[in-house]
Design a protein around this ligand. Structure first.
Ligand code: GLC
Length: 657
C-alpha cells in the first residue's frame, strides 16, 4: 500500500543508511522493502512509536535487514526467488518431516551427516534439528536456554559442520528446520551478564524489578509453566540485586519485547540462521512474547503484532524462509498464530497442531473418537497459505489442553476426564498398558501433563515385557494408526526420531543429576544404531514399524488430495469409535480420498450409505491406497478391523514396493 507518511520515512531512512550499505546492489531488497514497508512501519510504530528513539531504531532495523540480505549467498537468494514464484510449495503432500536431537540421533552434527541416507530411506525430506546453540552445561533446558545465539554448542559441532550438513541435505532435497529461541535467554547469556553487572541498557532487555511490587501483581494472573520444578514467574538475582522474570526455568530470563532493541537483535539472529541455510525457523514459545499485568501473559494481541512484524521484516531479505509457531495453547488460540484478522498467513506459515496431537492420544486412552471428532469440529478453519505440523510425539510432554466445552459435549466431566487421561498414560489406571509419567504436576490444580515415548505410551513396552506376541501386534498396529492419521490429515507430518523403530522410554536420564528432575528426557532418546539396523531383519519390531511407515510415506506423496488446501471435510458418523474425513483434490473431483480410522479394540462397521453424496467411489470399486487392496465391504457396511485405517479411493493401480 502507498501511504505518504511511510513513504516519506522510507526515503529518509534510505538516505541515512550507512554508506557501505548504500553502495550495494540491493534491487530485490528494495523492491520487497517497498512492498512491505507500510506494514513494517505501521507495526513498528504501533509497538514503539511513543519512544524518542523511534526513528533511529527504524534506521537500525532496516540496516540489519539490509546487512543480512547482503550476506545471503546467491544459492539461497535463488531459492528465495523460486519460492516466491511457487508460493504454495510447502502445502504439498510430498513433505514429510522428522525432528531429531543432533546428539541423540547420531552423537553430533558430523554423525547426523553420516546418517542423512537414513532420512531418505524412510522418505523424510524435512529435518528439524532441535536447538543446538551454545547453552550452559546442565542448565540448558534441552537447548532452550541459549547463552550464545550465533554459535553451535561445541559438543554438537560447529558452523562449518552445519554448512557441510546443509550442503548434503540440499543435494538430497531435504529441507532444514532450525530453532530460534525467541522468548528468553540463559542467565549466562552476555546480555544477562551485563544486566547483572548493573548495565541498565541490558537490564531493559529483560523484565527486572528492584522489589516485589510489580512481580506480585504479575503473579496474580500468571499461571506457572513448570510448577513442579520452577514454581512462580520471577527469580531473585543475587548479583543484580533485582527480581527478573523467568516464566520457564529460573535460569531462563524472559526477553522484553517492549524494547525495540530486543526485537531488532532477534531479527538479526533469525536472519543469521536463515543465512546458515535454514529453510524453516521454529520460533519457540511464541505465545509468551508479550507481558501485561492482569493477564496470563500468553497469547496477547501484541505477541501477534511482534510475529507479524518479524514475518514482514524477514520476508524482505529472505522471502523463502518459513516460520513454525510453537504455541502449545488452547485450540482457538493456536490458530491465531497464522495471523489475526488475515486471509492468508501473515505471522507463521506453519503451526504445531497440538490440538490434534492431544485428541489422538485421547482416542488411544478411550478407544473411541468422540472427543477427537468433537475437538476437530470445533477447530476454526485455518487461513490460506498456512499449514499444520501434525505430530504424535515431540521432545516435550503431552498436555491435555482441550476445550472444556468439547469435553462436556462428549458427556465427560472435564476435570475427571483429564484425571483419567493422566492416570491412564502414567499407568496408574487399572486398564492401562501405558508406561508414561506425569510431568509438571501442579498440586494446586491437580493438573499434569505426560512424558513418555510413543511406543511406551501405546503399550509396546508392556507387550515386550510380557513377551506377548498378540499385544506386540496390537501395539504396532496402533503406532501405524497414529501415523496414518498425521500422514493424511492435512499439513506436514512431523515424525519424532526413534518412533520409526519403536524406541521405548529411556530412563538413563535419572543417572544424570542435571536431568533427573525433568522426565521429558525419558523420551529424548539416544538412537541405538544396532537396534536401528534391525529394520532390515524381517519380522523384528523395528522392521515392521519402519517398513510400514516407509510405505505409508511413499504412498502419501503420491496422493494429491493429501496436499493442504483446506480440503478436508470431517464426516459425522453414528459410530463413536470411528474417525472419518474426506480429503478432496482441489482440481479433480474423482481423486478424493476417504479416511476411515477405527480406534477400538473390536472391529467396527460403517454404513457407506450414510456418507451420502460424499461416496468417493463407484459401487464395488473402492480401493484402499494404503494396503493396495479392496476393503472389506459387506452389504454396504465397510468393516474396519481393530485399530486399522483406510485411505479409500476409487480403484487405482496398486503401488508396489
Ligand atoms: C518450548 C520448548 C520446551 C522448552 C520451553 C522453554 O516449549 O519446546 O522444550 O522447555 O519452550 O524454552
Amino acid at each position: 500500500m502507498y501511504e505518504q507518511i511511510s513513504h516519506a520515512l522510507l526515503n529518509e531512512i534510505l538516505d541515512e543508511l550507512k554508506p557501505e550499505i548504500r553502495r550495494q546492489n540491493l534491487r530485490h531488497f528494495y523492491t520487497r522493502l517497498g512492498a512491505n514497508f507500510y506494514a513494517i512501519h505501521s507495526l513498528f510504530h504501533h509497538l514503539y512509536g511513543n519512544r524518542d528513539d523511534f526513528k533511529p531504531q527504524m534506521v537500525k532495523l532496516v540496516e540489519v535487514m539490509a546487512s543480512r540480505y547482503i550476506e545471503r549467498n546467491s544459492e539461497l537468494e535463488q531459492r528465495d526467488i523460486e519460492r516466491q514464484k511457487n508460493h504454495n510449495w510447502f502445502l504439498s503432500q510430498e513433505l514429510v518431516g522428522m525432528a531429531v536431537y543432533a546428539d541423540g540421533f547420531a552423537g553430533n552434527l558430523e554423525g547426523v551427516c553420516q546418517h542423512t541416507a537414513y532420512f531418505q530411506e524412510l522418505g523424510i525430506n524435512m529435518v528439524h534439528i532441535m536447538p543446538m546453540m551454545v547453552c550452559p552445561e546442565g542448565r540448558s533446558d534441552g537447548g532452550y536456554a541459549v547463552s550464545d545465539f550465533r554459535n553451535i554448542d561445541p559438543r554438537i559441532g560447529s558452523l562449518e559442520d552445519l554448512a557441510t550438513l546443509t550442503a548434503d541435505l540440499r543435494r538430497r532435497d531435504i529441507l532444514l528446520a532450525l530453532d530460534v529461541v525467541v522468548n528468553h535467554t540463559s542467565n549466562e547469556h552476555p546480555w544477562a551478564q551485563r544486566a547483572q553487572q548493573g548495565d541498565t541498557t541490558y537490564q531493559e532487555y529483560f523484565y527486572t524489578f528492584p522489589n516485589r511490587d510489580i512481580p506480585d501483581m504479575f503473579e496474580e494472573s500468571m499461571p506457572e509453566v513448570f510448577p513442579h520444578t520452577a514454581p512462580q514467574n520471577f527469580t531473585w538475582d543475587e548479583t543484580m540485586q533485582r527480581w527478573v522474570m523467568t516464566v520457564f526455568n529460573n535460569y531462563q530470563w524472559d526477553l522484553n519485547y517492549s524494547n525495540p532493541s530486543v526485537f531488532i537483535e532477534m531479527i538479526d539472529i533469525i536472519l543469521f540462521w536463515a543465512n546458515q541455510g535454514a529453510d524453516i525457523v521454529r520460533l519457540d514459545a511464541v505465545a509468551f512474547l508479550w507481558k501485561k499485568i492482569g493477564t496470563s501473559c500468553q497469547n496477547e494481541h501484541e505477541a501477534h503484532l511482534i510475529l507479524q512484524l518479524m514475518k514482514d521484516c524477514c520476508q524482505v531479505p529472505a522471502p523463502g524462509l518459513l516460520f513454525i509457531a510453537e504455541a502449545i495453547v488452547a485450540p482457538t488460540e493456536i490458530i491465531r498464530y497464522f495471523g489475526e484478522d488475515a486471509i492468508i498467513a501473515k505471522e507463521c506459515e506453519i503451526a504445531y497442531n497440538a490440538t490434534f496431537m492431544a485428541l489422538l492420544w485421547d482416542s488411544v486412552a478411550t478407544h473411541n473418537a468422540k472427543l477427537l471428532n468433537q475437538g476437530i469440529r470445533s477447530l476454526p478453519n485455518k487461513l490460506d497459505r498456512a499449514t499444520w505440523l501434525n505430530y504424535i510425539r515431540c521432545h516435550d510432554d503431552i498436555g491435555f489442553g482441550f476445550d472444556d466445552r468439547d469435553i462436556s459435549a462428549c458427556g465427560y466431566n472435564p476435570y475427571e476426564h483429564r484425571q483419567f487421561l493422566i492416570n491412564y498414560f502414567s499407568g496408574a489406571h487399572q486398564n492401562s498398558i501405558a508406561r508414561g509419567q506425569p510431568f509438571g504436576f501442579n498440586p494446586k490444580t491437580g493438573d499434569a501433563r505426560i512424558s513418555g515415548s510413543l511406543a511406551s505410551l501405546i503399550g509396546l513396552e508392556r507387550a515386550l515385557e510380557l513377551n506377548d506376541e498378540k499385544m506386540i501386534d496390537i501395539a504396532i498396529t496402533r503406532i501405524l494408526l497414529m501415523h496414518g492419521m498425521i500422514l493424511s490429515f492435512g499439513g506436514i507430518p512431523l515424525l519424532y526420531y526413534g518412533d520409526e523403530i519403536g524406541t521405548l522410554n529411556d530412563c538413563t536420564y535419572l543417572e544424570d543429576e542435571r536431568k533427573a528432575n525433568d522426565n521429558r528426557w525419558m523420551h529424548r532418546p539416544r538412537i541405538d544404531w544396532e537396534k536401528a539396523a534391525r529394520r532390515q531383519q524381517p519380522g523384528t519390531v523395528e522392521q515392521r514399524i519402519f517398513f510400514a511407515l516407509k510405505k505409508m510415506i511413499a504412498i502419501r506423496k503420491t496422493i494429491p488430495a493429501f496436499a493442504d488446501f483446506n480440503n478436508r471435510e470431517l464426516i459425522s458418523v453414528d459410530n463413536p469409535h470411528l474417525f472419518v474425513f474426506l480429503r478432496t483434490h482441489p482440481l479433480q473431483s474423482d481423486a478424493s480420498v476417504l479416511v476411515v480410522a477405527n480406534f477400538d479394540a473390536k472391529p467396527q462397521h460403517l454404513n457407506m450409505n450414510n456418507l451420502g453424496q460424499r461416496r468417493v467411489f463407484k459401487y464395488g470399486t473402492a480401493r484402499d491406497l494404503h494396503s493396495g487392496a479392496a476393503p472389506a465391504i459387506f452389504k454396504d457396511e465397510l468393516v474396519i478391523s481393530p485399530y486399522r485405517f483406510y485411505w479409500l479411493a476409487d480403484g487405482r493401480p496398486e503401488i508396489r514396493f
